[in-house]
Design a binder for this molecule. Structure first.
Ligand code: SF4
Length: 348
């Protein structure tokens, strides 16, 4: 009963304070019978994994303008989708995005399945995304737990078990709160509460609809929750990137193998990334080492990339990669780390 009242309080708050997001059908439109497009819900949820709302918005708008339906996306060229994703990071998402779109187009007639179990069978769709699509697109009472929801649940219940051990208990709290009425709005409401009120630092408890029943508010512990097991320090890896420019202005590029980091993305030929990378120039040239490194942080390590540049004559043949002439090559097609190397070379 208490949980039902809590869900109702949150829905009332959501009806007044829902964020206006390009992939969202707001509470008023939803009440008027407008249904969310599962393709847009799925696309936004994949883009939002590990990525902020402001970073996702322009990509979401560009993708849906260019590929308005899942069948349009399924028919796209791999290289076009990878180039459109460039800069958003976590590139395995883009490869799985295409795989998933093609499965939905070929095996489900271009319509996303409407059960959590069937959604879970799709490439790149884990429990979180399946729950979010089931709840938001199909209004099913699925429990949706992301980092925001974990934080809110830990505080609401003053749960001090550190993450990730606390995940099952926090998921249990979230499941108990998920209502049968308007579960799609509820899923978005709790995400909004975590993103705008119950924020990691300085939660705005004075504006929170759950303050009257919040255990962390009572205990004065909100700022220290959720507890987390300290992260290990990330190691540093080194690498060398070779940026060769032909005298006609073409750049030597290669597509990275589909599997592995930045898989399927365009990049500069280079060494392995490890503790002591070996020289691996892709073409005979007088290489110049730039004074500044391109630095980038991936999920599991920091990368320091030495950037080497060279100008090469027309007839010289590379041992790997191929020369791409402007305007067929656009720097915006590169993933961020490769773009950083390019910016250094261009400014040198
Ligand atoms: S009262 Fe404060 S700590 Fe509790 S749920 Fe609301 S914002 Fe979070």
């Amino acid at each position: 009963m208490r949980e039902a009242a809590r869900a109702e309080d949150l829905l009332e708050w959501y009806d007044r304070h829902a964020r206006d997001l390009p992939w969202r059908i707001g509470p008023r439109a939803r009440a008027a019978g407008v249904r969310p497009d599962p393709y847009r819900v799925w696309l936004s949820e994949i883009m939002l994994q590990q990525t902020t709302v402001p970073a996702v918005k322009p990509y979401f708008e560009a993708f849906t303008a260019r590929w308005p339906t899942v069948s349009d996306l399924a028919a796209a060229e791999d290289a076009d989708v990878m180039a459109a994703w460039a800069g958003l990071g976590y590139y395995a998402r883009a490869r799985n995005l295409l795989k998933c779109a093609r499965v939905v187009a070929s095996e489900h007639g271009g319509v996303f399945p409407d059960s959590q179990e069937a959604l879970l069978q799709l490439p790149g769709v884990g429990p979180y995304t399946a729950g979010a699509v089931a709840a938001i697109a199909y209004d099913l009472p699925a429990t949706v737990v992301d980092g925001n929801v974990e934080r809110v649940m830990a505080r609401l219940h003053d749960e001090h078990t550190p993450l990730p051990d606390a995940k099952p208990v926090l998921t249990g709290y979230a499941a108990a709160l998920t209502p049968d009425e308007r579960p799609g709005c509820y899923a978005q409401a709790v995400m909004d509460l975590g993103a705008t009120i119950c924020t990691p630092r300085n939660p705005a408890c004075g504006l929170c609809p759950w303050r009257p029943s919040c255990a962390a508010w009572d205990a004065g512990t909100a700022a220290e929750l959720p507890k987390k097991v300290p992260k290990k320090r990330k190691p540093v890896r080194l690498g060398i990137a070779y940026l060769a420019r032909r005298v006609d202005g073409a750049w030597l590029l290669e597509r990275r193998p589909d599997k592995g980091l930045l898989g399927g993305m365009l990049g500069w030929p280079g060494s392995e990334w490890n503790e002591a990378p070996e020289e691996a120039p892709p073409i005979r040239a007088e290489w110049k080492t730039l004074p500044e490194e391109a630095r980038h942080t991936f999920t599991h390590f920091h990368l320091r990339l030495t950037v080497k540049t060279a100008l090469v004559p027309m007839e010289r043949v590379p041992s790997r990669g191929e020369f791409v002439e402007l305007p067929a090559f656009s720097p915006s097609d590169l993933p961020t780390v490769m773009r950083k190397a390019f910016d250094l070379a261009r400014g040198s």
